[in-house]
Design a protein around this ligand. Structure first.
Ligand code: KG4
Ligand code: ZN
Length: 339
């Protein structure tokens, strides 16, 4: 590698319902475009077939604008990084096919990225960056994981959800309350004006650093069924308090595990990542817990919490530095472990 030459990476993220492209120069984000697919709102959840079709429509214009905004010509791109797993297979295929074709046409290296590792590395896009060892709680629509990071690419999943993810719990409760998809941001907004102690829901405690959110989902379902029998408008009348109470329960379960892991491993560099880390209650609770526990707390900028290609690009950058390239025969996979 020529040490004086800068490294320009084009990154593609298409694992679910956001088509995103970013350009990074030496690990610095020059552009980060996200085309969010609105079509799914009509159906109350992501429709996989529609997601793939929308990715196909979006990918070329999104990459085009990302390159233009970055002011980088495609001939100056040194490598293409793309989300290889996990996600919806049809969605992943669109990004993978695009990235492979791009790399082949320009004869540049291809870098495969695991989406969950990229969520963690979103912490390394901007300052202040965590020191190692770093403990990251990754909370998204499909995953809830406690991750020990020994270096940028040496990570270990210490525990994860055995059923629903934290984001799924937010989205499913929102659906029960008749709120639009995706429910997480809506619950967050309503919870700000509600009483988190108005209703109490069970806290599950799994072994080690694992989580379970399906019990909470069922508890909220039965609670609403019972209350609606007495008053059909119960949910509408108590919406803010229900949202605040459910959010409080989810945050408590998440932070209990994070505290346990930080204590047992003796780590004081602690952060959150993934879509649910955009939650204002969780961000505040982590800041407060950090003060109480003496942690240095790291919370990515809002745009790097939810799905974005900048996080794929920063992961691609560290892999590029290690010469960790993949060949064109690689296929995306819907599920894949990574540590
Ligand atoms: O990481 P992400 O964008 O996509 C996946 O990889 O899954 O996470 C999406 C999840 C959804 O469940 C969404 O409801 C949740 O993140 N989410 C939130 C908030 N913003 C997004 N949950 C709670 N509060 C928020 N403000
Ligand atoms: Zn994600």
């Amino acid at each position: 590698m020529d040490n004086n030459k800068s490294i320009n990476i084009l990154a593609i993220e298409s694992s679910c319902d956001d088509t995103s492209a970013a350009v990074l120069k030496d690990g610095v984000v020059l552009s980060n475009l996200v085309a969010t697919q609105k079509v799914h709102e009509l159906y109350g959840g992501v429709v996989p077939e529609m997601a793939s079709r929308a990715h196909m429509q979006n990918i070329i214009p999104v990459v085009d604008v990302a390159l233009k905004q970055a002011g980088v010509d495609k001939k100056d791109i040194n490598a293409v990084a793309f989300t290889q797993a996990p996600g919806l297979i049809g969605s992943l295929l669109v990004g993978a096919c695009f990235a492979k074709s791009y790399a082949q046409a320009l004869n540049i290296p291809l870098i495969s990225v695991h989406h969950m590792q990229a969520h963690v590395l979103a912490h390394f896009i901007e300052d202040p960056k965590p020191q190692f060892p770093f403990l990251c709680l990754t909370v998204s629509g499909g995953h809830t994981q406690v991750v020990l990071c020994r270096s940028h690419l040496d990570m270990e999943v210490l525990g994860e959800t055995i059923d629903d993810a934290a984001g799924e719990a937010f989205d499913k409760v929102a659906k029960m309350l008749g709120l639009p998809y995706p429910g997480g941001p809506m619950v967050d907004k309503l919870a700000k004006e509600g009483n988190p102690h108005a209703f109490s829901f069970p806290l599950s405690d799994m072994k080690g650093y694992d989580f379970s959110f399906s019990g909470l989902k069922t508890a909220v379902l039965y609670f609403l069924q019972n209350e609606r029998k007495k008053d059909p408008d119960f949910a509408e009348k108590n919406m803010k308090d229900i949202c605040a109470s459910v959010q409080h329960t989810i945050i408590k379960m998440l932070l209990n595990k994070l505290k346990k892991a930080a204590k047992e491993l003796g780590i004081n560099q602690v952060g959150i990542a993934g879509g649910v880390s955009a939650n204002s209650g969780l961000r505040q609770a982590l800041t407060d817990t950090g003060k109480e526990m003496g942690w240095d707390v790291y919370i990515p900028k809002f745009e790097y919490c939810t799905d974005n290609a900048a996080m794929i690009g920063i992961t691609g950058y560290y892999k590029y530095l290690q010469g960790d390239f993949t060949d064109l025969s690689i296929s995306p996979t819907a599920r894949a472990t990574w540590s």
